[in-house]
Design a binder for this molecule. Structure first.
Ligand SMILES: Cc1ncc(COP(=O)(O)O)c(C=O)c1O
Length: 391
């Protein structure tokens, strides 16, 4: 037999989100598929990056991160997240949250150990679990509301559970888990001696006065939680690839070793600029929320007018929709139709489920764009409704 790729690599498909971006580029569609802004990081942060390059920060940094950046992250974790954190014992700077997640899973899990994952889930967690050899136990978040149901969560936990993956604010549903929901997870982690791995990349993007709660801040959790976040979404710098992992001291060395052999270090001059980002005033975060709130309301109105049934996001920058009323019965067909004929990109819902059939009637739109971009998308989507009314 001809030799080829590993079974591991054959075990998952290419990213549907990134595939939709390529399709948007090919058809000049407005990309509401992939979650990245159509505007830049603040000028002050961009200037810090170019200054760092000119001042000679161009070689490998300490593998687990520039010390001053780790100190700034530790300070932010203690003050914003209320999680005790020390730059030397707990912080590893990674190439984005993406690398932070796979490095954490590889550092924590042995093949066949069980990981609990809420479904629908951000598509990377599927391949991440395959790469780490973990066995996934899925807990459905059901409509309406996509709340964590205690009985379903209890069913998924057992003595074999090594970790649960949490993502709040949640991609794709926009849920912001409540203290009560996080306490349910905390109690099960304690009962079964399991770890929480929490992806908090949207921690600053919240609506209607909601507050972010890090599970590591709950009593008894700091020693059994790996918190992962990054600079991509909060500072509109998805191409910089800077993120971080906050782990208990007993796990940090393992995370750092995996990170070192995966990527050595995150880009040095951009780590320097991230120190400046962490010094931005509180008004920066308020303004970001106000901007996204405007885009959120515009997109919700647009999609409802176009016959999509929408879940109102509490955080992050996605609208999770049901396509039942549009006349389409297949998420991929409608996504391709929208890109090719209407000029607006979205992500087929099936890519957020381990069984694609569960997401056939779902579509995710991102509003990580300026309000005027959403207005342009709205004008294009009005053609979609008219076409559907005719058919
Ligand atoms: C939940 C979640 N985690 C991680 C990422 C990727 O983050 P990063 O750019 O820091 O790798 C995304 C990007 O869309 C996301 O939605």
């Amino acid at each position: 037999m001809e030799k080829g790729p590993s079974q591991r690599a054959e075990g998952f498909t290419e990213s549907v989100i990134r595939e939709m971006t390529r399709l948007c580029q090919a058809y000049s569609a407005i990309n509401l598929a992939q979650g990245f802004p159509d505007f830049d990081p603040p000028d002050r942060v961009k200037s810090a990056a170019s200054r760092a390059i000119r001042q000679g920060y161009n070689q490998y940094s300490t593998t687990h991160g520039v010390p001053r950046l780790r100190q700034a992250i530790a300070h932010k974790m203690s003050t914003y997240n209320h999680v005790p954190c020390n730059a030397d014992d707990n912080v590893t700077v990674t190439c984005g949250t993406t690398e932070g997640m796979i490095a954490s899973l590889l550092a924590l899990l042995d093949p066949a150990e069980e990981v609990v994952i809420f479904e629908p889930f951000y598509e990377n967690y599927g391949p991440d679990s395959i790469l780490s050899g973990a066995k996934c136990k899925y807990v459905p978040l059901e409509e309406p509301g996509f709340k964590i149901e205690e009985e379903k969560l209890k069913e998924a936990f057992s003595r074999k559970t090594k970790a649960v993956i949490i993502n709040t604010p949640h991609n794709p549903t926009g849920r912001v888990f409540t203290r009560h929901e996080l306490e349910l997870i905390r109690d099960l982690c304690t009962d079964y001696d399991a770890f929480a791995i929490t992806d908090e990349i949207y921690e600053h993007i919240l609506y209607d006065d909601r507050k972010h709660i890090s599970i590591a801040s709950l009593d008894g959790m700091d020693n059994r939680t790996i918190t992962i976040s990054g600079f991509s979404k909060t500072y509109s710098a998805t191409g910089w690839r800077v993120g971080y992992v906050i782990a208990p001291k007993k796990l940090t060395l393992a995370v750092r070793k995996v990170h070192d052999f995966l990527t050595v270090c995150a880009p040095t001059p951009l780590q320097e600029a991230c120190i400046t980002a962490l010094k931005l005033p509180l008004s920066y975060y308020r303004d970001l929320r106000t901007l996204y709130d405007k885009s959120r309301k515009l997109l919700l109105q647009t999609l409802e007018n176009a016959s999509f049934i929408c879940t109102v996001p509490e955080g992050a920058y996605y609208v999770w929709t049901d396509i039942t009323r549009t006349g389409f019965k297949d998420d991929r067909k409608i996504a391709e139709h929208l890109i090719k004929k209407i000029g607006v990109g979205a992500v087929p819902g099936s890519s957020f489920y381990h069984l694609p059939s569960k997401g056939r009637l779902k579509l995710r739109f991102s509003f990580s764009k300026m309000p005027h971009t959403i207005e342009m998308a709205a004008s294009r989507l009005s053609k979609f409704k008219r076409a559907n009314q005719r058919s």
